[in-house]
Design a protein around this ligand. Structure first.
Ligand code: ADP
Length: 401
């Protein structure tokens, strides 16, 4: 089955066509500057990347351009739209309504829209993307895969904030967690690599990318995760602060004469390792700057690692022990130095770091010594493939009915 996987932002749309039988990516690309002017990037696997400037006043035009490109007689990968048998959409926030992926019926879309308050920046664009696809492919089944779904197994003790309970009752204000598709994929793959039943192991997944989060996966189920109501909580990220004393918001607003929205913009977009270093949000730049003697870049890297180490310790405690600590996403898979500065600090848990084995990028590997009681691992994430798999499972069930 050929599956189109779509990840829609407010002005961008990432896509991949995956053949689910072989799990090979046939083509992938990105629409950018939707609603501004429009740039389409397209790459058929094995061929050169193509960049086309084309007007994209809205997401519908972007999806239409993607479909045309996929059907291009020379560079395309399908002959007609019907060859796409299903579309899998990355959905950000499902609130408490979705604990697993689901067929996007109108009723489901209305339910997603009803939790828009919880993710005002992220949910509306995904709904616009789904509507655009539905219009252009009215008979093709669409599946929604939620970033929050995997974390719905968290117990109340993990998801409740220490604030009046009525806000949870009235507004569903609680911790949700994000990157769930990645945490689920990586935790499952970790069990496979270890040759264990997921139910028999405790895994800590460190998804360290531009946005970063950690989850505690006990017996295959998420019991805690570092992001909260929004993806702002938890680790220090590229530009997001992660955990801070809430009073800081009021303090900055007062001192700098900023509105609440302006202050939140600072916390979301000008903080994290970018804010600390004043150099960059990208760990490659930070590594280079620190090597060249930039002290603030070094503090940013150290603070990032410190926070990860702290969460790993907390989650080992929450689960009463851990069998594998796993690194994934841009930094987790590729930043050898940052990974070393984190993974070398878990000897107290029984995880013996192997510096030589750590000398790898972007591949599955053990980075602990062969006889380490607790395993340290790198397991590359693949959210698109995870979305494709869920989509196929749901659509196959549907066809069997
Ligand atoms: P996103 O959250 O946008 O999906 P990614 O998971 O792709 O982010 O991670 C992007 C980040 O990964 C970059 O900002 C960069 O900090 C880091 N990164 C990618 N490649 C490397 C590398 N070779 N060395 C160090 N850091 C890297």
């Amino acid at each position: 089955m050929k599956v189109l996987v779509i990840n829609c932002g407010s002005s961008s749309l990432k896509y991949q066509v995956i053949d689910s039988d072989t799990e090979a990516v046939l083509a992938k690309g990105l629409c950018e500057r939707i609603g501004i002017d429009g740039v389409l990037t397209y790459q058929k696997t094995g061929s050169d990347k193509i960049k086309i400037e084309a007007p994209m006043p809205a997401h519908k035009e972007a999806v239409s351009l993607v479909l045309n490109q996929l059907m291009d007689p020379e560079t395309g990968v399908i002959k007609s739209i019907d060859e796409i048998e299903a579309v899998g959409h990355r959905m950000v926030h499902g609130g408490e309504k979705f604990a697993c992926s689901t067929l996007l019926t109108q009723e489901v879309l209305d339910t997603v829209a009803s939790v828009n308050d919880l993710a005002p920046l992220h949910n509306p664009p995904t709904l616009v993307g789904v509507a655009a696809c539905k219009e252009l492919m009215p008979t093709t089944p669409m599946v929604g895969v939620f970033d929050t779904a995997f974390h719905q197994t968290m117990p109340a003790a993990s998801y409740i904030y220490g604030i009046p309970y009525e806000y949870y009752e009235k507004y569903a204000l609680r911790r949700y967690g994000f990157h769930g598709t990645s945490h689920k994929f990586v935790a499952k793959r970790t069990a496979e690599i270890l040759g264990k039943n997921p139910e028999d192991i405790n895994v800590i997944v460190c998804h360290l990318g531009n946005g970063s989060s950690i989850s505690a996966v006990k017996g295959g189920k998420c019991v805690d995760t570092s992001m909260g109501l929004t993806p702002l909580e938890g680790l220090i990220m590229g530009t997001r602060s992660g955990d801070i004393d809430p009073t800081i918001i009021q303090f900055i607003a007062n001192k700098e004469g900023l509105t609440l929205d302006e202050t939140m913009n600072v916390i979301n977009k000008k903080s994290g390792v970018l804010g600390i270093s004043g150099v960059s949000s990208d760990f490659r730049d930070l590594g280079d700057a620190a090597k060249a003697g930039n002290e603030r870049a070094q503090i940013a890297l150290d603070a990032f690692a410190h926070r990860v180490v702290k969460y790993v310790g907390a989650y080992a405690a929450v689960m009463g022990g851990v069998d594998a600590i796993v690194f994934t996403a841009g930094i987790g898979e590729n930043d050898i130095g940052t990974r070393a500065s984190i993974a070398s600090r878990f000897a107290y848990l029984g995880a013996e770091f192997d510096a030589e084995a750590n000398n790898i990028r972007g591949e599955e590997a053990f980075i602990s010594t062969p006889d380490s009681k607790v395993k340290l691992m790198v397991v590359p994430t693949n959210e698109e493939l995870a979305i494709c798999r869920d989509t196929v499972e749901i659509v196959t069930d549907l066809m069997a009915k």
